[in-house]
Write a protein that binds this ligand. Structure first.
Ligand code: PMP
Length: 434
C-alpha cells in the first residue's frame, strides 16, 4: 500500500483554514483524502508523500503538453517583467485572436476571459442579445461551469430526473436560484427528435442550444453520425444560435476542435483549458454579427484579468507547439492514445471483466457495463460506478491517476514508456477488481 500520511496530515490542517480543505468541490473526488502535490513534470505528478503518479487528469484537461511544458513556461517567464495587467490592449492579444480566427472554421471574432465558466456566461448573453429571446437548451449530463444559469441536470439522480424523453430540469446545488429554471430547457443528448420537439414546443423562444459537442462530463460519448448536423439545421430553421462548449474538446480532439473533427460549424464556440496549456485563459469565438452584440449591440462583457499578459503569452506559445509540423503533435498523441485504448481493451478481455473503453484517443473513459456503447447520460448513469471507483483506486495504488468518473486525458508528454507502464498497472488493477 502506498502511504498518504503527509497528504492526510496536510488535509487536516487545510480544513482549519480552507472551506472543506479545498479550493474546488471537484477536488473532494480523491482518496483517501484530497491529495497534496509538490510538483509536476511532463506526464508525472509527485505528491507530498513522494508517490509518483502518471497523470491522466492533467488539471482536468488543460495540461495538453504535459506539466510545466518548456516552451510555454520559458515564454511566460520571459514576459513576467513586462507586467501582468494593463487594463488596456497589447499586441500579442491581437495576434492570438487572429490565430484563433485563422484556425477555427466558425470563428470571425474573439473575446478573451479567464475561466470556462465565465466564457459560457458570455456566450449565453451574446445569444440572448442577438436573438432577443431568453431560453437556452442544455443537455442532461453536460457541464458548463458551476453558475446558477447552467448548473442544471448535470448529474441528476435517476429517481428525480424524470423520463428520458421529457427530463426534469434539476438544480444541482443548494443555494441556487430556482428562477433560472424558467430559462433553461433540459433535453436528452444525441437524439435529434428531442431537439425537434423542443423547437416545436418553444417556437420563437429559444436563444441558443448549448452542448459539449463530444460529451465528456456526463460520460465520454461521441455525437452519433448526423446529430451535430441535425442540431445545426434545427438552429438555422428556428433562428437560434448553436453554441459548442469546446472547453474540453478545443485543442484536444484536434487543432480545430470538435467542429473541425466532425465538420459542423457552431455560431459560438467556448474555449478554455488546453488553449493555454495550463494558464488561465478562456475565449468565446464566433460569428461577427453575434459577437458584435458586445461591441455595438448594447451587451456588456468585462473582466479585470481578461487578456492578461501571461495568459496570452502562454496561449501563443502553446499554439506554436500544437500547430507545428501540420498536426504532428496530434498525430503522435492520437497514435499513442489509440495504443493505450487498444491495450486497455485487451487487458479487459484477458481479465474477463465487463469494462468498456469508449471515446477518442486523447479523451476517453473506462466504465463498468455490459453494454457495447454508451450514447447519453442515461446510459452512463446505469453503469457500475462502485466498481469504477474501485478500479480508479486500484490504479492509483499502481501509480496511475485517472478521474474517479473514469475519464482519462492524454497529453503530448505521455510517451511510449508511460503507455507501457500504464498498461502494466492497468492489468494489475483489473485483476484486483475482477
Ligand atoms: N465547460 C466544460 C465542458 C467543462 O468541462 C468545464 C470545466 N470542467 C467548464 C465549462 C468550466 O470551466 P472552468 O472550470 O474553467 O470554469
Amino acid at each position: 500500500m502506498r502511504s498518504y500520511a503527509r497528504s492526510i496530515a496536510l488535509y487536516e490542517e487545510a480544513k482549519r483554514y480552507l472551506a472543506g480543505g479545498v479550493s474546488s468541490n471537484v477536488r473532494f473526488a480523491s482518496a483517501p483524502v484530497p491529495l497534496f502535490f509538490d510538483r509536476a513534470d511532463g506526464a508525472r505528478l509527485i505528491d507530498v508523500d513522494g508517490n509518483v503518479h502518471i497523470d491522466y487528469i492533467l488539471g482536468n484537461g488543460p495540461a495538453i503538453l504535459g506539466h510545466a511544458p518548456g516552451a510555454v513556461i520559458e515564454a511566460v517567464a520571459a514576459s513576467l517583467r513586462l507586467g501582468q495587467v494593463y487594463a488596456a490592449q497589447h499586441a500579442p492579444e491581437v495576434t492570438l485572436a487572429r490565430r484563433l480566427v485563422e484556425l477555427l472554421p466558425s470563428a470571425e471574432l474573439v473575446r478573451f476571459a479567464s475561466s470556462g465558466t465565465e466564457a459560457v456566461q458570455l456566450a449565453l448573453r451574446i445569444a440572448r442579445a442577438f436573438t432577443g429571446r431568453h431560453k437556452i437548451v442544455k443537455f442532461e449530463g453536460h457541464y458548463h461551469g458551476w453558475l446558477d444559469s447552467v448548473y442544471v441536470s448535470v448529474r441528476p439522480p435517476t429517481k428525480v430526473a424524470g423520463p428520458a424523453d421529457a427530463p426534469a430540469a434539476v438544480l444541482e446545488s443548494r443555494g441556487q436560484a430556482d428562477s433560472v429554471l424558467g430559462d433553461v430547457i433540459v433535453l436528452g443528448w444525441n437524439d435529434a427528435s428531442f431537439l425537434t420537439d423542443a423547437f416545436e414546443r418553444h417556437a420563437n423562444e429559444i436563444a441558443g442550444v448549448l452542448m459539449e459537442p463530444v460529451m465528456v462530463n456526463g460520460g465520454v460519448a461521441e455525437p452519433r453520425p448526423g446529430y451535430l448536423e441535425a442540431a445545426r439545421r434545427l438552429c438555422d430553421a428556428h433562428g437560434a444560435l448553436l453554441i459548442f462548449d469546446e472547453v474540453i474538446t478545443g485543442f484536444r480532439v484536434g487543432l480545430t476542435g470538435a467542429q473541425g473533427r466532425y465538420g459542423v460549424r457552431p455560431d459560438l464556440t467556448i474555449l478554455a483549458k488546453a488553449v493555454a496549456a495550463g494558464f488561465p485563459l478562456s475565449a468565446v469565438a464566433g460569428r461577427r454579427d453575434a459577437m458584435n452584440q458586445i461591441f455595438d449591440g448594447g451587451a456588456m462583457h468585462g473582466g479585470t484579468y481578461n487578456g492578461n499578459v501571461q495568459s496570452i503569452v502562454a496561449g501563443l506559445a502553446a499554439l506554436d507547439v500544437l500547430a507545428a509540423g501540420e498536426g504532428a503533435v496530434y498525430r503522435a498523441m492520437e497514435q499513442r492514445g489509440a495504443r493505450l485504448v487498444h491495450g486497455l481493451r485487451a487487458a479487459t478481455r484477458q481479465a474477463g471483466v465487463p469494462m468498456l473503453v469508449q471515446g477518442l484517443p486523447t479523451i476517453f473513459e473506462t466504465r463498468f457495463t455490459d453494454k457495447p456503447a454508451l450514447y447519453d447520460y442515461r446510459d452512463v448513469a446505469e453503469t457500475d460506478q462502485e466498481r469504477g471507483l474501485a478500479f480508479c483506486q486500484a490504479l492509483q495504488e499502481e501509480g496511475v491517476r485517472v478521474t474517479q468518473r473514469g475519464v482519462w486525458f492524454l497529453s503530448a508528454a505521455h510517451g511510449e514508456a508511460e503507455i507501457d507502464e500504464t498498461l502494466g498497472a492497468a492489468e494489475r488493477a483489473l485483476s484486483r477488481v475482477r
